[in-house]
Ligand binder design. Structure first.
Ligand SMILES: NC(=O)c1ccc[n+]([C@@H]2O[C@H](COP(=O)([O-])OP(=O)(O)OC[C@H]3O[C@@H](n4cnc5c(N)ncnc54)[C@H](O)[C@@H]3O)[C@@H](O)[C@H]2O)c1
Length: 263
């Protein structure tokens, strides 16, 4: 038994990122799917697409309605129908809620919540208009389940992603369209290091301490670990799963206490 996405066009937003984006695109590519790599600029998307056997690059800011609609038109012209969407594009905000500005909060919710909704909307409309079936995987975060200082706003945005995931599953089940989410734990990526760097001068050490103290499993979750779960959720092996958010976090959210206190 193997995951087979042969003949499927899979759009990965923010796919040019060297974190989750890369792990997801790699997994889609290796399961035979055609990766449609989206990112903010065509150059970024093309540079990433060159890494895969079967990929197409498309630019677009998912927080802008015109960009989303232009992107879907372009994909339709060049690749045909999209069979799966991975809403990976996202930004962070490592600031206490009472210290953040309105502009920062607007941008966070525009990309991490409204952007996902707009991509889902365009995808579902396209599927229904052509009588096709496809599936959605949203990238959430463990922060939606348990959070920490400076993350209330991000935790709120990712909680909205979980709610949207559940609600879309309810609304779209009648069309056999499934919608699930993957909630990664801490992953080594530029986004992680730059956010952690806001409160410690040594983000790499902070991540090492997280690995030993705050996870059940003593190794880092890789972007590819998340990509593997994403392709499972896009494939027919998960045909009975919808509305779920699966944590891919080496057990982080199971720990009530830091390992140091109790082992
Ligand atoms: N890194 C982690 O530890 C971690 C943990 C949990 C969840 N996540 C989530 O995983 C996803 C990817 O995170 P990452 O750490 O790989 O980030 P990253 O910053 O390395 O990559 C994100 C990519 O999205 C693109 N992007 C940003 N805004 C965009 C927009 N408006 N339109 C199109 N593309 C846009 C960026 O250019 C970038 O290439 C995000 O949704 C993030 O919240 C990350």
């Amino acid at each position: 038994m193997k995951i087979d996405l042969n003949g499927k066009n899979i759009l990965v937003t923010g796919g040019a990122g060297d974190g989750l984006g890369q792990g997801i695109c790699e997994a889609v590519d290796q399961s035979g799917g055609r990766v449609i790599v989206n990112d903010l600029t065509l150059e970024m998307a093309q540079r990433a697409a060159e890494k895969y056997k079967n990929a197409f690059a498309v630019e677009g800011d998912i927080s802008k309605a015109d960009d989303v609609s232009r992107m879907f038109d372009r994909i339709r012209e060049e690749c045909g129908i999209i069979h799966g969407v991975v809403n990976n594009a996202g930004i962070g905000l490592g600031k206490n809620a009472h210290e953040a500005s309105e502009t920062e909060v607007d941008r966070l919710y525009e990309v991490d919540v409204k952007g996902i909704w707009m991509v889902c909307r365009a995808f579902v409309k396209q599927l229904l208009a052509s009588n096709e079936v496809g599936h959605i995987v949203n990238i959430s975060s463990v922060q939606a389940f348990a959070t920490m200082h400076r993350m209330a706003l991000y935790a709120g945005a990712k909680s909205a992603v979980n709610g949207l995931t559940r609600g879309l599953a309810v609304e779209l089940g009648q069309y056999n369209i499934r919608c699930n989410a993957v909630a990664p734990g801490l992953i080594y990526s530029e986004q992680s290091l730059s956010i952690i760097g806001k409160w410690t001068p040594d983000p790499v050490k902070w991540m090492e301490d997280h690995k030993s103290d705050h996870q059940c499993l003593n190794f880092f979750t890789s972007a590819r670990d998340c990509g593997n779960v994403v392709v499972f959720l896009l494939s027919e092996l998960s045909r009975s799963i919808t509305g779920q958010t699966i944590c891919v976090d080496n057990g982080t959210i199971n720990l009530l206490y830091n390992n140091e206190y109790t082992s």
